[in-house]
Design a binder for this molecule. Structure first.
Ligand code: BGC
Length: 663
C-alpha cells in the first residue's frame, strides 16, 4: 500500500499535519486533524467555490460545520492524543484509496484502549464524506461519547454563518446556517450509527459498554449541502466501496512510473494524490492553497493555468475543460475590471473569486509597524490575462475543441490581448509599444517597466490569437462574425499593428535578457546576503521598503517561466544563459519557483539539477514548514502548483511516463 505514515504526536505539527494529511474530492477538503480536535486545532472542512465576506474583513472560501468531531472518555479521562495517557499514535494517508486513518492507543487506569478511525471524502459523490471510529479495550469498560456536528469553525476572516441552528432526530443530526454576505444556506447533515442523546448546539452524547476484547463501531455519513439540496442517506460500507473504486481508478490512471526510484516514486505519488483531490466537480477552479483552508482567500491565481492545467489536460480532460470554462465564465468580470482602470479588453482578477478580484490593496502587513503595506499585485500583475489566454490556447491545441473556442475561448484570448494593447504606451521616440508600470511573476519588484515575461506573453497571446482568428474566419465565417460582434471594432487590425511594434527585450552579449528595464542596474547581491539583512524572520522582502527591492534578488522564477511556456521560441543557449544568470538571485520565496527551475533545467540537459529541484517541489508538503507568513498574514496550506509543476518536470523533462497498471 502506498501511504504516508507518521508515528508519534507533536502538538507543534498540528497545523502542518492538517495540510499534509488533507483529504478531498475537488469540492470538499477535510484537513488532516484528529477526531477530538476543534477549531482551535484548525479543523477545516473547506468548500470549493463558495465565498463569503464578513464586513471589514477579507472575503474567503467558507468552511462548513464539522461532522467528525468526537471525544470519547473513560472515567472522565478524554481519549485525546495530547493527554499523558496516550502511549502510541500513528496517522496514515492511504494514497491509493484516498483514506485517512489514525490509530491511537491509550492506557487509562489499567485498561489498554485502542481508538481507530478512518475517513474519506467521497470520490464518487461530491457532497459526501464519511468516517468510521472503532474502539476496543482489553478490559470491560463504559465509555461516554460526545459526538455531533461541531458548529465552531476555524476561520481566518469569519465567522461566515448567521442563523446557525441545529437539530437531531435519533441518529440524524443537522447543523445549518446562512452565509453572511450572500445568504446562501449551508447544511451539514450527518447520520450517526448510534442515536445521539442530550443533543444541544450540534453535539450529543451516548455511552458505550464494552466487554474486554469487543469492538464498538461508530459510523458517520455526512453531506455538505449548499443551497437547496436534499439529504439522502447512505450506508458506510456502500459509500466506502464506491469511493475506493473511483479513487483507485483515478490513482491508477494518473500514476507515473519513476523507474524504480523509490523516493521520486513516493514524492510523485503524493503530488498526484494532491492534484486528484483538487479535480473540480463543477464550473469552478482550483484555489492556490487547494482545499486546505482559506489562505489567499480561497482564490484562484495564475497557478491554475500555468502549473496545474497540464496535469488535468493529460489525465482528466473533463476537469481541464472546467478550468477553462471558469475563465470564460468570468470574462465579463475581467472586462469590468479592465474598464474600471480605464482599459479595454479583459483584465483578469489577480486573486479570482468567481471573477471578483479578492486581492486587497494592502496584501501585506508590516511586521514592525503592524501597518498595512500598499501592494500593487491586483493593479499591476497584468500578466494574469496573458496566462489565462495561454491556457486556453494550449487547451485548444490539445483538444481541437472548436466549439469551446467559438463559444467564448477565442473571444477571451483576443480580449486579453486587447487589454494589453490598451494598457500599453507608445514611445514615440523609440517607435515602440511598451508595457510600463507592471509587476512580473517576481513580486519583489513592483511597478517596473517592460517586464520581459509580461511583454513576451502578451506578444504571443496576440500573435496566436490572430492566427486562430484567421483560421476560424475561414472555417466558420458566420459563427466567427458573431464572435467579432462581442469585440471592439477593428480589433484584429489593431492587434496586428501592435504586435509589430511591441517592445520585446532581447538577449545581451552574454545571452541574458534583462528581467525588466533597469534590472541590471540593481545592487548585485545574492540571496544569502539579502537574507542576512532581515531584521525579522517574517519581514516582507518586497514592496517599497523590502530587503530585496533595490537588489537583483527575485522572489521566484520570472523569465525562466516564459522559457518553459515557449521553449521553442528561445535558443537553448539563451535559455541556459538565463538559467545560470537568474538562479543565484532567486530566493524561491514562492512554491512556484523550484518546479519552474526543474522544468527549465530539463530543457537545457541538466538532468541532475532538474531531479533535485523536482524533488524539492514534489516534497514541499511532505516536508512541511515552508513560508507560513507574508508579513503578518498567514499563508500556510498545501501547494498545488508545486505538485503540478513537479508533474510537468517529471513528465515533460525527465521522461517519467504514465503507467495505468503500476502495482
Ligand atoms: C506568488 C504568486 C502566486 C501566489 C499563489 C505568491 O506568493 O508570488 O506567483 O500566484 O503566491 O500561489
Amino acid at each position: 500500500m502506498r501511504a504516508l505514515k507518521e508515528k508519534g504526536f507533536s502538538a507543534d505539527k498540528i497545523v502542518e499535519n492538517g495540510n499534509k494529511f488533507l483529504i478531498g474530492n475537488g469540492y470538499l477538503g477535510y484537513r488532516g486533524t484528529l477526531d477530538e480536535f476543534t477549531a482551535k486545532e484548525c479543523v477545516g472542512l473547506n468548500i470549493a467555490g463558495l465565498y463569503d465576506g464578513v464586513k471589514g474583513k477579507w472575503r474567503e472560501t467558507v468552511n462548513a460545520f464539522n461532522p467528525f468531531f468526537c471525544v470519547i472518555s473513560l472515567c472522565g479521562v478524554p481519549l485525546d492524543v495530547r493527554r499523558k495517557e496516550t502511549f502510541s499514535h500513528e496517522a496514515e494517508l492511504d494514497l491509493e484509496r484516498g483514506v485517512f486513518r489514525r490509530e491511537t492507543k491509550f492506557l487509562v487506569g489499567k485498561a489498554h484502549i485502542t481508538l481507530f478511525s478512518e475517513r474519506f471524502v467521497s470520490a464518487a459523490e461530491p457532497d459526501l464524506l464519511c468516517s468510521r471510529i472503532r474502539l476496543t479495550s482489553d478490559m470491560d469498560a463504559t465509555f461516554s461519547v460526545k459526538a455531533g456536528i461541531d458548529p465552531e469553525i476555524w476561520d481566518l476572516n469569519g465567522p461566515h454563518f448567521s442563523h446557525v441552528e441545529s437539530a437531531c432526530h435519533g441518529g440524524r443530526a443537522e447543523v445549518k446556517g446562512e452565509t453572511q454576505e450572500l445568504h446562501i444556506p449551508v447544511r451539514v447533515v450527518c447520520d450517526f450509527s448510534e442515536p445521539l442523546q442530550n443533543f444541544q448546539g450540534g453535539l450529543g452524547e451516548f455511552s458505550v459498554r464494552l466487554k474486554a476484547g469487543e469492538t464498538f463501531t461508530l459510523d458517520r455519513v455526512a453531506r455538505v449541502l449548499v443551497g437547496k439540496k436534499h439529504f439522502s442517506g447512505r450506508d458506510y460500507e456502500g459509500a466506502y466501496e464506491a469511493h475506493v473504486r473511483e479513487w483507485e481508478r483515478l490513482f491508477l490512471l494518473a500514476r507515473l512510473d519513476a523507474k524504480g526510484d523509490d523516493r521520486a516514486q513516493f514524492a510523485l505519488d503524493y503530488s498526484i494524490y494532491h492534484l486528484l483531490i483538487l479535480a473540480p466537480k463543477g464550473r469552478y477552479s482550483i484555489a492556490a492553497r487547494g482545499l486546505s483552508g482559506q489562505t489567499y482567500k480561497g482564490a484562484v491565481f495564475w497557478d491554475t493555468e500555468i502549473f496545474l492545467l497540464p496535469f488535468y489536460m493529460e489525465v482528466l480532460p473533463a476537469c481541464a475543460k472546467r478550468l477553462i470554462e471558469y475563465r470564460i465564465d468570468t470574462l465579463p468580470a475581467a472586462r469590468e475590471k479592465a474598464k474600471s482602470y480605464g482599459y479595454g479588453g479583459a483584465f483578469y482578477a489577480w486573486e479570482s473569486q468567481n471573477g471578483f478580484d479578492a486581492c486587497s490593496d494592502f496584501n501585506v502587513t508590516d511586521v514592525f509597524t503592524h501597518r498595512p503595506v500598499r501592494t500593487y499585485f491586483k493593479d499591476k500583475q497584468i500578466h494574469i490575462s496573458a496566462d489565462v489566454a495561454y491556457a486556453i490556447l494550449r487547451y485548444f491545441e490539445r483538444t481541437k475543441d472548436d466549439d469551446l473556442m467559438l463559444e467564448g475561448g477565442l473571444e477571451t484570448i483576443l480580449s486579453c490581448a486587447e487589454f494589453a494593447r490598451t494598457y500599453s504606451y507608445y514611445n514615440h521616440i523609440k517607435g515602440r509599444y511598451e508595457l510600463l508600470d507592471v509587476i512580473g511573476p517576481d513580486e519583489y519588484h513592483e511597478r517596473v517597466n517592460n517586464n520581459a515575461y509580461t511583454n513576451y506573453m502578451f506578444y504571443f497571446t496576440a500573435k496566436e490569437g490572430l492566427a486562430l482568428a484567421e483560421e476560424f474566419a475561414k472555417k466558420y465565417p458566420a459563427r466567427f462574425k458573431e464572435v467579432l460582434c462581442h469585440l471592439p471594432e477593428g480589433i484584429l487590425q489593431n492587434l496586428k499593428e501592435w504586435t509589430e511594434k511591441l517592445y520585446l527585450l532581447k538577449p545581451n552579449a552574454e545571452g541574458v535578457i534583462e528581467q525588466f528595464d533597469g534590472y541590471f542596474r540593481l545592487e548585485d547581491v545574492r540571496v544569502e546576503e539579502v537574507r542576512s539583512r532581515l531584521r525579522h524572520p517574517n519581514e516582507y522582502w518586497g514592496g517599497s521598503g523590502g530587503v530585496a527591492t533595490a537588489t537583483r534578488v527575485i522572489k521566484q522564477a520570472d523569465l525562466i517561466t516564459l522559457f518553459n511556456l515557449y521553449p521553442d521560441r528561445f535558443s537553448e543557449e539563451v535559455r541556459r544563459a538565463n538559467y545560470d544568470f537568474y538562479l543565484p538571485y532567486t530566493e524561491h520565496g514562492s512554491s512556484l519557483s523550484r518546479c519552474s527551475y526543474a522544468i527549465a533545467a530539463c530543457g537545457i540537459g541538466r538532468r541532475e539539477e532538474a531531479y533535485t529541484a523536482l524533488l524539492e517541489s514534489a516534497e514541499i508538503d511532505l516536508r512541511g514548514g515552508g513560508k507560513q507568513w507574508a508579513g503578518e498574514i498567514y499563508i500556510g496550506g498545501t501547494h498545488p502548483a508545486a505538485s503540478g509543476g513537479a508533474w510537468i518536470a517529471a513528465t515533460r523533462g525527465l521522461g517519467f511516463e504514465r503507467k495505468g497498471d503500476l502495482k
